[in-house]
Design a protein around this ligand. Structure first.
Ligand SMILES: NC(=O)c1ccc[n+]([C@@H]2O[C@H](COP(=O)([O-])OP(=O)(O)OC[C@H]3O[C@@H](n4cnc5c(N)ncnc54)[C@H](OP(=O)(O)O)[C@@H]3O)[C@@H](O)[C@H]2O)c1
Length: 182
């Protein structure tokens, strides 16, 4: 798959390494922007308050399937139901929220775990399969929480819990399973 990741920091750069290892073609774009017209999938991994600014610097965004990995640690500055909806308003394609509940600092340790760590995601129906595949190719077990609305906002609002827990035990993996599965 041809993936363009907007943001080449801990999340963007880290996911790019995981997906390249899985055999994908990945281009990362930073503050200097670039072109995404040949991307099958666009991934957004910039600070949540810089989404508009970052997407303005990218040409060729024209309805690709999109995965939004952002969180926001400030007041919401828009009326969109979620950051993922804000991203979708620019790119225009089927959109998912994923990777915002897992720690980039632990990406390299995924393969060393006794069980495969989960990764919660929400998605438009047309973005569901591609997102599950890319979550799997990054080494996680995809766990679908439902449609983008209201799933994306629920995942974004969970970042306070994630940070509180990380303050107690440090960066962590998590695993969801039905009874009998764990
Ligand atoms: N770190 C985590 O564990 C984690 C986990 C879940 C979700 N998140 C979320 O994922 C997003 C990225 O986090 P991160 O930790 O990867 O941040 P980071 O390491 O600080 O990287 C941020 C990236 O965004 C780019 N950027 C900043 N301003 C930009 C602009 N105006 N236009 C285009 N690109 C711009 C930077 O570009 P340059 O390289 O050119 O400076 C950099 O590549 C955030 O929304 C964060 O809340 C982070």
């Amino acid at each position: 798959m041809n993936i363009t990741v907007i943001g080449r920091g801990r999340v963007g750069g880290g996911l790019a390494r995981l997906w390249e290892t899985a055999g994908h073609e990945v281009r990362t774009l930073g503050r200097d922007g670039g072109d995404a017209s040949d991307a099958d999938v666009v991934v957004v991994a910039v600070p949540g308050h810089l989404i508009d600014e970052a997407l303005r610097g990218v040409t060729g965004l024209n309805g690709q399937a999109t995965i939004d990995a952002t969180n926001l640690y400030a007041e919401r500055g828009t009326d969109f139901p979620s950051l993922a909806h804000q991203v979708k308003s620019v790119v225009g394609g089927p959109t998912a929220k994923a990777f915002n509940t897992v720690f980039a600092s632990s990406y390299e340790l995924i393969g060393e775990q006794r069980v495969t760590p989960s990764n919660l995601y929400a998605a438009d129906p047309e973005a569901k399969d591609v997102t599950a595949r890319l979550i799997g190719d990054a080494g996680f077990d995809p766990v679908y929480v439902g449609d983008l609305d209201p799933g994306a906002r629920l995942l974004e609002d969970s970042s306070g819990l994630t940070r509180a827990l990380a303050g107690q035990i440090g960066p962590f993996f998590y695993r969801y399973g039905v009874p009998g599965e764990l």
